[in-house]
Design a protein around this ligand. Structure first.
Ligand code: FES
Length: 378
């Protein structure tokens, strides 16, 4: 079935090239699909170059290179150079593993505009535990390399129950390392984070404390570093306008060339997402069913279709609606008007119980064997 886009659809301003799902880290909140190990195929250099050209011709202005760990691709410098030549603003999203002085220099020469470096925590113990690797010291070195190349540094820390009480020290660390921006990204419960939700969901009091600490630092830091505290939708009680609206701005290309409106849309049932090996990005963006199905508000049913907030939040997140209500066209269950809101309320109530994060099931670390097991069980 081909659905036509609403006449107001603009170009995909943000192209995200997920170059690979391979990654040396094993983060418990990784947003890569839980079954990533069954999707080992990757576009070759020629394939990615074509994506970059077609994306720019469509009107994309920003290109992010992510993964997995994008530095595991040894053609990264070639792709960055081409993207820069085409006029994109280029951004590397990395764990830092693999960013040697020589590669930093080569990426600078290729024209890379900025680097987003992730940390798991301000302490070696928690950083190394959550990623199941000894990478804390290395990330410090990489922060130095980023500064030495004169790149603006965005530091990204995913926040959850196990590190939220360290937020004061996390901000101090980012300041010491000379970050220009710090993204304190409260965990979104998709993929591996959903598997581990009971361990990761903070209490409301933890969250309030973290917000107050962030506000205090904001005043103190002034212009030196910008702090973004990305509020968690579970606690907020308001659905987020996910990816700024389905097919409105973001175009993600997964490692195997599947084009998606968000990282996780591939799991949605009854929707086929086209592959860049078979279709042009123009066709994918404007004509494909995958990108048109949840554009705008025409797909909505109650309670979204008569809600006075429908243009503001666009019904929330389609992937979350599927994960929590088994219906991608349902209202996002984080919304109190959703008939499935009880699922979110229960998870929050459980987090408030003494030791609420202590569950019998151990944390599930991202790795290939677990991924295959979970894919088989699905
Ligand atoms: Fe897929 Fe929100 S993550 S629509």
């Amino acid at each position: 079935m081909e659905l036509k886009p609403p006449p107001t659809v603009g170009p995909p301003l943000w192209l995200l090239a997920e170059l690979t799902y391979r990654c040396p880290l094993h983060c418990v909140f990784c947003y890569n699909p839980v079954d990533y190990a069954t999707q080992a195929d990757e576009l070759d250099t020629e394939g990615w170059l074509r994506v970059l050209h077609e994306g720019r011709a469509l009107g994309a202005v920003q290109c992010g290179f992510s993964g997995g760990e994008p530095l595991l691709r040894d053609d990264l410098e070639v792709l960055v150079a081409e993207a820069r030549k085409l006029g994109y603003y280029t951004n590397l999203l990395t764990s830092g593993v693999g960013l040697t002085a020589a590669r930093a220099e080569a990426l600078k020469a290729a024209g890379l505009d900025h680097v987003q470096l992730s940390f798991q925590d301000s302490t070696r113990e928690v950083n190394d535990f959550l990623s199941h690797t000894k990478t804390f010291a290395l990330k410090y070195q990489v922060a130095g390399l980023i500064k030495a190349q004169g790149w603006p540094m965005v530091m990204n820390v995913v926040i959850h129950r196990l590190n939220i009480d360290h937020i004061d020290r996390i901000i101090a660390m980012a300041d010491e390392l000379g970050a220009e921006y710090l993204e304190l990204a409260n965990t979104q419960y998709y993929s591996w984070a959903l598997e581990n939700r009971e361990h990761l969901l903070p209490t409301a009091a933890q969250l309030r404390q973290a917000e107050a600490t962030t506000a205090r630092w904001r005043e103190q830091l002034g212009e030196r570093m910008r702090l973004f505290f990305v509020a968690p939708d579970y606690h907020d009680g308001r659905p987020k306008k996910c990816v700024n609206g389905w097919g409105s701005m973001f175009l993600t290309v997964a490692p195997d060339g599947t084009a998606l409106p968000c990282h996780t849309a591939r799991m949605l049932p009854g929707l086929a997402f086209p592959n860049v090996r078979e279709h042009s990005l123009r066709h994918i963006w404007y004509e494909s069913e995958g990108f048109n199905r949840y554009r705008g508000t025409g797909w909505m049913k109650e309670p979204c279709s008569s809600c006075d907030q429908r243009e503001q939040d666009l019904g929330g997140c389609r992937c979350q609606a599927y994960m929590l209500a088994q219906d991608p066209a349902a209202a996002d269950p984080v919304c109190p008007k959703s008939p499935h809101h009880g699922v979110v309320a229960q998870a929050l109530a459980r987090a408030e119980q003494p030791g609420g994060g202590v569950v019998e099931r151990p944390l599930v670390f991202r790795d290939a064997a677990t991924s295959r097991r979970l894919a088989q069980a699905a």
